[in-house]
Design a protein around this ligand. Structure first.
Ligand code: VAH
Length: 317
């Protein structure tokens, strides 16, 4: 039986990943790791154990792993792309110093580790269309620098110490539970909230800017399926391209308008977000994930929009 620790369990991905893992592995076997000031609340708190797990505190991580006999760690601690540009040293401290703590604990105590990378690990010199699994990665954002380093350090711990590290390169993730915090792709979540609230949406990304996006249920399924995959079938480990949809602001706006005809959007481009978005791929080639561990998304823009609007109407009524 797996005993799992999620570091960053109250974040956009962590809050839903914890609940999904509890559904699959039993509530008592999935520990919600958090930092003081960001305690789990509601069902996340009531449905299973939680513990302080500050990724920058190696001893704290080691003691939680020992106390709960953890054999699998999902390390979701990170500053997202926009915030990381204003706090680059903190982004490194959480993203890399923190990762090193997690990998050392995993090496000493025999845990598997999932630390996601991102399409943000690619840069302006990466082929933008159908970005290959193995290609040049020279990002100019601190977020991207931490994600490339995450991939390299996680592979290093696998190759040198045999630590079972695996990861995916997440695209922009769209969800209706916990809002994202400080990312370039946040517009693709905010636009649904504006539509349901009957507000005009002011889009910070210019028309025609393609980015890979994914609905949260597919993102969760990717992380869990990869961690359950037969390791003998994995040629890659850190980190797999995964893809489900790629769109620009106008496309998602028109899709929402099919359901909310009076919905209005205007553009007010944020230069930093636009500069970051321009450096990221337009679309990814995820053949390796499909071949090595059976990756297959369930949602596209149409089905995601129906579900997002339905869930947000319920949540905001
Ligand atoms: C961000 N949502 O925008 C995150 C993600 C690929 C995008 O990394 O920073």
């Amino acid at each position: 039986m797996k005993h799992i620790l999620i570091i960053g369990a109250t974040g956009q991905i962590g809050s839903e990943l914890t609940m999904e893992l509890r559904k699959r592995y039993g509530n008592a076997n999935v520990v919600a790791g958090y930092i003081p000031g960001a305690e789990p609340k509601g069902e996340l708190k009531e449905s299973g154990p939680s513990a302080i797990a500050d990724v920058t505190d190696a001893e704290a991580i080691a003691s939680v792993v020992k106390e709960y006999h953890i054999d699998t760690i999902y390390n979701l601690a990170a500053l997202l792309s926009v915030v990381a540009e204003s706090k680059p040293k903190l982004a490194w401290k959480i993203g890399i110093d923190g990762l090193w703590n997690v990998l050392e604990v995993a090496r000493e105590q025999g845990c598997a580790v999932f630390t996601p990378s991102s399409i943000g690990s690619f840069g302006a010199t990466t082929p933008h269309t159908q970005t290959p699994q193995d290609t040049i990665q020279r990002p100019r954002t601190m977020y991207g620098v931490t994600k490339v380093t995450t991939e390299l350090l996680s592979d290093y711990y696998f190759n040198k110490y045999g630590v079972d590290t695996r990861a995916v390169r997440f695209p922009g993730i769209i969800s209706n539970v916990t809002p994202p915090g400080g990312g370039t792709t946040d517009y693709a979540v905010d636009i649904y909230y504006s539509a349901v609230k009957g507000e005009k949406f002011v889009c910070p990304i210019k028309q025609g800017t393609l980015m890979d996006m994914m609905y949260m249920p597919d993102a969760l399924n990717a992380a869990i399926t990869l961690m359950e995959a037969d390791p003998t079938k994995l040629i890659h480990r850190n980190a797999f391209n995964i893809a489900s949809m790629s769109f620009d602001p106008e496309t998602i706006y028109q899709e929402i308008k099919k359901h909310v005809p009076q919905f209005e959007m205007v553009y007010d481009v944020d230069p930093l977000k636009q500069r970051i978005a321009d450096s990221w791929p337009d679309s990814l080639d995820d053949t390796c994930a499909r071949q090595e561990w059976g990756w297959k998304p369930a949602y596209n823009l149409e089905s995601m929009t129906v579900d997002m609007l339905e869930k947000l109407r319920e949540k905001l009524k």
